[in-house]
Design a protein around this ligand. Structure first.
Ligand code: NDP
Length: 452
């Protein structure tokens, strides 16, 4: 549980109080809402029409929330019951779009925080996608392929009726990669008797997927870091970097950092940290995590000059650039202080809301270039929207072309956040820049569409 670090405008305080009252016990959702509302005081002064139309109150209330039972059988025949969620938060800009998360920590408050963030992130991409998110408290760790398949099939047997390429388009997130998307897509196709490629993104290349989608979130986060540094006359070349996690986002953030001449010296999982001062061996990391689906500890067993710190804190490792790419609230106020003391100059969030509110303020007060997740990791969903474009036109683009589109989108997002922060009198504050630019876009669309 974290405390909210900043103050709200006096006109916005009652709106936040109502959010607390209407959504009891959902601390992550409260945190995400508070962070956005902190940015909006300046907006309602300049544009009072948003208050007249109650746009803030409407944005904080999901358009639809679905909660359902997922019964499935393990390999021994034992029956398990999980709970799944799909929160269709806001469709002002397009169909609901956002990933599915499979992790035992999932409950409604986590999915609502992620869905809320997704509205603003998707708006920043400039592409026609609304915000949504889903998931289940199912724990995929240690489960066989057959068990994962049966779980995904059972989940989709309910979820399919809420989806559609013009309605709601899920993708992956923690615990959901291409394997799970395959099982979900197969069951959707079977139930609906439709080969509707645009209903899910993150698909395999042979069946409607897009090149660069796998790499997109990690690559995009690094492109955003590069832009933040460029705006200060700096670069990533030769920088020492640490990347938390060792999943999809972490691996491809590390890959792009290395391609841009930086050195990645540490990564992690929920059990421990690997430090490899000579630079992480990406092929070995991919072999262990993507091919063998094993734990990060194995890296040190196979690479003698790397060390494994059981239960270690990755933010204790001195670095120039930090990329949190594991999960929410993984980087506390004291972790942020440690990073600043150790000379960290930039933080780009690959994960969603990985830095606590105290941590964010530590970075901002210290003048660290800090890119919040909803801007920095938007490359994943942006490339999902590019996958939808390719599906709609029955086309497939080359890696080079798709990567160029991703890079341009990340540069545009950086530019939008940077310019908006300047316009509202807070230069260099990417949090305010992102929140305000995204809110204006969604808010204007909602006003235009009337009271719906
Ligand atoms: P993966 O499941 O591929 O990897 C998650 C990684 O984070 C694993 O190394 C995992 O370790 C670690 N992790 C998860 N939970 C915890 C925890 N409670 N404490 C410590 N480590 C943890 O997920 P992704 O890489 O897809 O997602 C990572 C982050 O990026 C999430 O915040 C997600 O919402 C965000 N994101 C993902 C996008 C995507 O396209 N995939 C798009 C935008 C944001 P372990 O194996 O030990 O659990």
């Amino acid at each position: 549980m974290t405390t909210m670090a900043g103050k709200l405008d006096e006109k916005i305080t009652p709106i936040y109080q109502e959010v607390l009252q209407r959504n009891p016990g959902e601390s992550e959702f409260h945190q995400a809402v508070h962070e956005v509302l902190e940015s909006l005081g300046r907006v309602i002064v300049k544009y009072p029409e948003f208050a007249d139309h109650k746009i803030i109150q409407r944005i904080c209330e999901p358009e639809r929330q679905v909660i359902f039972r997922v019964p499935w059988q393990d390999d021994r025949g034992e029956v398990h019951i999980n709970r799944a969620f799909r929160v269709e938060f806001n469709s002002a800009l397009g169909p609901y779009k956002g990933g599915m998360r499979f992790h035992p920590s999932v409950y409604l408050g986590v999915i609502k925080f992620l869905g809320f963030e997704q509205i603003f992130k998707n708006a920043l991409t400039g592409l026609p996608i609304g915000g949504g998110k889903g998931g289940s408290d199912f724990d995929p760790k240690g489960r066989s392929d057959d068990e994962i398949m049966r779980f995904c099939q059972s989940l989709m047997t309910e979820l399919y009726r809420h989806l559609g390429e013009y309605t709601d388009v899920p993708a992956g997130d923690i615990g959901v990669g291409q394997r799970e998307i395959g099982y979900l897509f197969g069951q959707y196709k079977r139930i609906t008797n439709r080969y509707e490629s645009g209903v899910l993104t993150g698909k395999g290349l042979d069946w409607g997927g897009s090149l660069v989608r796998r790499e997109a979130t990690g690559y995009g986060t690094v492109f955003f870091a590069q832009e933040m540094l460029r705006a200060r006359g700096e670069s990533l070349e030769g920088r020492k970097c640490v990347v938390s996690g060792s999943g999809n986002v972490a691996i491809y953030a590390a890959e792009q950092l290395i391609q841009l001449g930086a050195k990645v010296i540490a990564c992690s999982d929920s059990n421990g940290v690997i430090v490899h001062e000579a630079g992480i061996d990406l092929d070995l990391l991919k072999q262990i995590k993507e091919v063998e689906r094993r734990r990060i500890r194995d890296y040190a067993d196979r690479c003698t000059d790397a060390r494994y710190i059981d239960r270690g804190n990755i933010w204790d490792i001195p670095c120039d650039v930090a990329i949190p790419a594991a999960t929410e609230n993984e980087l506390s106020g004291s972790d942020a202080k440690k990073l600043v003391e150790n000379g960290c100059i930039a933080v780009a969030e690959g994960a969603n809301m990985p830095t606590t509110p105290e941590g964010v303020h530590v970075f901002q007060d210290a003048g660290v270039a800090y890119g919040p997740g909803k801007a920095a990791n938007a490359g994943g969903v942006a490339t999902s929207a590019l996958e939808m474009q390719q599906n709609a036109s029955r086309d497939s683009w080359t890696f080079e072309y798709t990567e160029k589109r991703l890079q341009q989108i990340m540069q545009d997002i950086h530019h939008t956040c940077h310019e908006t922060a300047e316009e509202f009198g807070v230069p260099g504050n990417y949090v305010l820049g992102a929140n305000i630019a995204a809110f204006l876009k969604v808010g204007r669309a909602m006003v235009a569409m009337g009271l719906v």
